[in-house]
Design a protein around this ligand. Structure first.
Ligand code: SF4
Length: 605
C-alpha cells in the first residue's frame, strides 16, 4: 500500500493501554481516510446513543492518504466523534502542520477511548507513544500549553493539538486547536477531548510518505498547483486578502447576515473586509502545510502584538452578526477565542442569540448581573468580557458555554436561535442562495456551510454560475454532488479551498498517482457518497428525526429579506427537501433504506 502506513493507533485512557491495529487496501478503498475512517469506527464499535461526554464516546484523529504528501494543501486532519452540541456526528477539519506531522510519525489515525482519571497528554515520537501527566498545564490557554510542552519534550519541531479552558470546562462549542491558531472547530469536539481529560497530543515524526509513482505524482501535483495559481480566487483573492476577501462580495450580493440574520447587508462591511484588514493590520500571509494558496493571516495590532486570523467566518461571527464594526476588536476577540479554544462561528452565534433575546426583552440585565455589559448590538465590551467568562463558566458565562440553542430554550426564544440541529449557522444568509439553504438543512453535522459550499455555484460561479433563486432539480442534485465531493476531498486530506481551481477529475488524478490505483472519478465520488450516508446513519441511530430536524430557523423560511438584492425572498425548503431525499435514494421521511446500504456496501452496519 502506498500513501498509507496501514496503521491505526488505539489509546485507551481508562486502562492506559496503547495498541496498534492494521488495515488493508480493501478497507482503504472503501473509506479512504479522515471522515471515512472515523465514521467506520464509530458505526462499528460504538452505541450511537451514548452520552457524548461518557467514556464510551470515541474521539478519533484521522489523516487522509494525501496528508503529508506534496499534494497542494495536503496537511489536513479531522477530529471525528459524537457531538455534545448536536448529539449527532461531529467531524471537524483543520489545517496547519499537526496532520502532516502525525502522518510523518507513521500513523494514519488515532482512536482515543475511555477517560483518564487526571489530566494527561499524549506524546508520540514515531513509534514511541506515551500517556503523560498534564496536571501542570490543565487550565492553561493554548499558546502557553504549546510553549510549555515544547520546552518539556525538548523539541521545538513538535506539532501540537490541544484544548483551552473552554474544552476543559466542557463548553459545548469548544474546539480542538493546533499550531496555536488552527481549529478543528465545529460540533464541540474540544469538549469531548476535555471530557476525556486529554489536554493535548504532541507529535513528532521523521518518516516520509511514499507514493506509488514519485515522478508521475510530482508532475500531476505540479500541474494542479499551476491550475490553483492561475485561478483568480485561489491564486489571487485568497492569498492577497485571505478568506475575508468574501466580506465585500457576500455583502454586495445581499447575503451577509447582520444582527443575528435580521438583515442581510451590513452598513460597515467594508471596514471589516479582507481589503481593510490587509491595509491596516496584515504583516504577511501564512499557508498551512504544502499549501500554495496561503489564505491564513498574520496580523499585528498595537494593543495585542502579533496574532493570526481572523478568517471570513470569524470576522463575521464576531462582527456583523453582533452589529460590531470595529475590526481591531474583532481581531482581539478572535485571538481570545483561539487562546481559550472556541469555535468562533458558534461563539459568535451564541452571543448573537443573547443579543436578540436581550433586544426582545426575554433576557434581562438582572439575568446577567448588574456590572455585566448589556447585550446591545454593536457593544464591543461584550466580546472580551463574555468570552473569558464562557471559557471558565463564570457567572452568566456558564449559561452561554452551552451554546445558542440551549440559551434560547432557557429564555423561551428558540425562534431567535439561528442554527440547524442545535448548531449555530455560518456567514451566509440562505435567503439569497437557496441551494445553500438546502445544504444547511441537510448537513450531517448541523448548521454548516463547508460540507456543501453552494456559494461557489450560486454566487461565485464555480464550476459554473447558477441562479441563487432557482430551486429546480439541477440545483438539488448539485447540493448532493457538492456534499459527496467535499466528503471525498476531506477524506483525501485536502483543503476544500482547492475547489477554487480544481474539479473532481483533478482529485482523482492526484489520488490515483499517489495510491497506484486506477479508480474513475465516479468511483471516488461513490466513496464520498458512502461517507455521507454512513454519517447520516450514525445520526439516525443517535435519534435524528429528519422531518423535524432537516430544517432551517423559522426566520429564513417565513420572514422575507427586508432590503438589498434578495428583498422579498425566503428559502423554499419544503419544495426542495422531498426531491433531495429522492435523489439521495432515501425514503420519503429521510431515512436510508436497505437497498441503499447494500448498494454502498454497508449492509453489515
Ligand atoms: S487554503 Fe488556507 S486553510 Fe486551506 S490549506 Fe491553504 S492556508 Fe490552510
Amino acid at each position: 500500500m502506498f500513501a498509507y502506513w496501514g496503521r491505526i493507533l488505539r489509546v485507551n485512557l481508562s486502562t492506559g493501554k496503547i495498541s496498534e491495529e492494521k488495515f488493508d487496501e480493501d478497507f482503504a478503498k472503501k473509506w479512504l481516510g479522515t471522515r471515512g475512517f472515523g465514521i467506520y469506527y464509530l458505526l462499528k464499535e460504538m452505541d450511537a446513543t451514548v452520552d457524548p461526554f461518557s467514556p464510551e464516546n470515541k474521539l478519533i484523529f484521522a489523516t487522509g492518504p494525501l496528508t503529508g504528501t506534496t499534494a497542494p494543501t495536503g496537511g489536513r486532519y479531522m477530529v471525528i466523534t459524537k457531538s455534545p452540541l448536536t448529539g449527532y456526528i461531529a467531524m471537524a477539519n483543520s489545517g496547519g502542520f499537526f496532520g502532516a506531522e502525525l502522518k510523518f510519525a507513521g500513523w494514519d489515525a488515532i482512536v482515543v477511548e475511555g477517560k483518564a482519571d487526571h489530566p494527561v497528554y499524549l506524546y508520540i515520537n514515531d513509534d514511541q507513544v506515551e500517556i503523560r501527566d498534564a496536571s501542570h498545564i490543565w487550565g492553561k490557554v493554548v499558546s502557553e500549553t504549546e510553549k510549555t510542552l515544547k520546552e518539556e519534550v525538548g523539541d521545538s519541531k513538535v506539532h501540537i493539538a490541544s484544548i483551552g479552558p473552554a474544552g476543559e470546562n466542557l463548553s459545548r462549542i469548544a474546539a480542538v486547536m493546533n499550531d496555536e491558531h488552527r481549529a478543528a472547530g465545529r460540533g464541540g469536539v474540544g469538549a469531548v477531548m476535555g471530557s476525556k481529560k486529554l489536554k493535548a497530543i504532541v507529535v513528532r515524526g521523521h518518516k516520509r510518505v511514499e507514493v506509488a509513482d514519485r515522478a508521475k505524482f510530482t508532475s500531476v501535483v505540479k500541474e494542479k498547483i499551476e491550475k490553483l495559481k492561475n485561478d483568480p480566487v485561489a491564486g489571487g483573492g485568497l492569498p492577497k486578502f485571505g478568506t475575508a476577501v468574501l466580506v465585500n462580495i457576500i455583502n454586495q450580493n445581499g447575503l451577509y447576515p447582520t444582527r443575528n440574520f435580521q438583515d442581510s447587508q451590513f452598513e460597515y462591511a467594508e471596514e471589516q473586509s479582507g481589503e481593510a484588514m490587509a491595509s491596516k493590520y496584515l504583516i504577511r500571509n501564512k499557508p498551512c502545510y504544502a499549501c500554495p494558496i496561503g489564505c491564513g493571516r498574520v496580523n499585528k495590532l498595537p494593543t495585542l502584538g502579533v496574532t493570526e486570523g481572523p478568517e471570513y467566518e470569524s470576522t463575521w461571527a464576531l462582527g456583523a452578526h453582533l452589529g460590531i464594526n470595529d475590526l481591531a476588536s474583532i481581531i482581539e476577540a478572535n485571538h481570545l477565542a483561539d487562546e481559550y479554544g472556541f469555535d468562533t462561528i458558534s461563539l459568535g452565534g451564541t452571543l448573537a442569540t443573547a443579543m436578540e433575546l436581550y433586544e426582545k426583552g426575554l433576557l434581562k440585565q438582572e439575568d446577567l448581573g448588574e456590572d455585566a455589559p448589556p447585550f446591545r448590538w454593536g457593544n464591543t465590551e461584550v466580546l472580551h468580557y463574555y468570552i473569558e467568562k464562557m471559557a471558565y463558566r463564570k457567572g452568566f458565562g456558564d449559561v452561554l458555554a452551552e451554546g445558542g440553542y440551549r440559551l434560547a430554550e432557557r429564555y423561551n426564544g428558540v425562534e431567535y436561535f439561528m442554527g440547524v440541529k442545535k448548531q449555530e449557522l455560518p456567514a451566509y444568509d440562505p435567503r439569497g442562495a437557496e441551494g445553500h439553504g438546502l445544504g444547511y438543512a441537510t448537513n450531517n453535522r448541523g448548521g454548516c456551510h463547508i460540507k456543501q459550499y453552494m456559494i461557489s455555484p450560486e454566487i461565485l460561479g464555480y464550476p459554473y454560475k447558477m441562479d441563487p433563486h432557482d430551486i429546480g432539480d439541477e440545483k438539488v442534485k448539485m447540493v448532493i454532488l457538492f456534499q459527496d465531493l467535499t466528503a471525498l476531498i476531506d477524506a483525501a486530506g485536502l483543503c476544500v479551498f482547492t475547489t477554487f481551481g480544481l474539479g473532481a477529475d483533478d482529485y482523482r488524478d492526484m489520488l490515483n498517482a499517489a495510491l497506484g490505483w486506477d479508480l474513475s472519478t465516479e468511483e471516488y465520488l461513490k466513496i464520498g457518497e458512502r461517507i455521507w450516508n454512513a454519517e447520516r446513519l450514525f445520526s439516525l441511530r443517535a435519534g435524528l428525526d429528519p422531518l423535524k430536524e432537516d430544517t432551517l430557523p423559522k426566520r429564513l423560511l417565513e420572514e422575507p429579506v427586508r432590503q438589498g438584492p434578495n428583498k422579498g425572498h425566503v428559502v423554499r425548503l419544503a419544495e426542495m427537501l422531498p426531491r433531495y431525499y429522492r435523489f439521495r435514494g432515501w425514503t420519503e421521511d429521510g431515512r436510508i433504506p436497505e437497498e441503499k446500504l447494500k448498494e454502498l456496501g454497508m449492509e453489515d452496519f
